[in-house]
Design a binder for this molecule. Sequence first.
Ligand SMILES: [Zn+2]
Ligand SMILES: [Zn+2]
Length: 500
Amino acid sequence: MLRLRPYPKENEALTEYLMRLAYMNSHFKLSNFLKSIKMDKPKAGRFGLWHTTQLTNLTKVLSIELGRDVTDVLQLHQRYSQTSWLYEKGRTFAELVVDFPRICTGCLAEEHVMDWRWGIATVARCPKHKLPLIDTCPQCHKPISWDANLFEFCPSCKQPWKLKASAQHFADIELSALEWKLWPEVDGTLLANSTLLADVTFATYVAARPFDMLIQAFSRVPYSANHSELILTGIQLLTSPEHRVLWDERCNSHLQDFTETIHPPMQFKHWVKGTYDESDFLNLTSFNERTEYVQKARVKYASELYDEIPRYHVDIFSLAKAVNLDIGDVTIIFESQTFPMVNTSFVGNQKMKFTKIFNMHYITGLISEFVKTPPYKDGYLTITAQTQSVIQHLCNFGDVVNAVLTKKIKGYFSSTSDLSQVIVPTEPFKIWLANMLKSSCHRPITVVDASKAIDCSNDEIILLVREKKLKWAKHKRKGEFINGSSFKTYLESHNSQTQT
Ligand SMILES: [Zn+2]
Ligand SMILES: [Zn+2]
């Protein structure tokens, strides 16, 4: 049995209580303490998350160590499941309880108790001392570990807590109205609604990746040094026009080669749903990119073709917007691997089309080679997605763009951010189209494509089959595919008729 067996405090959750229990009984590392009280598989990390088996086992060993019924201790954990706003699917941070310890040095100097609310990813400061919560030692810069020494000093360098002047000056700054809304009552009641939480988590993420065009959600918040500063910077993004101007300028200088439609400030305006009163500019002017907020798969399995700078990563929706094409046409280009994917491990999985990532920097470089004015005035056609001759040859506009980018035909674009029209030399283009039609006719053709090509309805195609002018394709479901060579024959006779 443990020598000292305190009851939980009102503001403790399970891990915070265990930390105090360890401290009072002269144990320090939380994992060692759990081992010493003979937990089956002593938990060693992810202390924000306790599984049912871990809880069951803990109940057993704790009731022995405390010599009493420990329902009250386990209820500390239920606080999380009863506080509904802590988890919401679809939010930038789905789970708000973090796995790393965060502390108010002011509170710890007064009483050796950790408040459960310090572990919430949207809480930046202790309302009593107005100090930012720390997760990293201000002196040795090591992450603070789950070690009960933290009640007195840094478990790594053993120096007493001493905040930097930049953090200390917050003691004179009142919490903003928004920060107050994000600080829950001890029972979990929160003023902030789900829109506000969605906006704050999103803004916090943007503060971590200020120049990234891609936004990726996290189920658990990754550790990165000084999480509180990140939250405050996010809040500043929401509430300070001055800060947004600074950010906009920095984005323009970093991302000058790209169309503004995919610049982070544009996306920010689009995604933020609430409206926010202006509040003080907190003078957090650094725009440091935090690597912890780039999901490993994006850089780990990246193609070695080019340097991976996560800033330039885009998903297929942003890519389409950035080059002014529709998703279908972009898909044709990426499926032929002209627009390579960043994450090569995803190749081949069509279902995951929408999770694929592209490098805008590489793609812009690829297109720029074709951004020119044609050398002669005459003998060119301007092709767009509406050009009839393309559809009549069973092609998509994406095929034309792809043929230009892969140099199968000559072609010219007006800018790297606009592939919606391409100028091609007339004669070689006609030959290319004819060849495309020819090769398409080696395969069965869908009724939809066939009707588009000859500009008629699906029923008229069926009628043509009945009249034996077209044939159904073999080995395909009847009524859906036309035999390619019958279609070619039909086109040839149809064209010669219309020409005479
Ligand atoms: Zn405090
Ligand atoms: Zn330290």
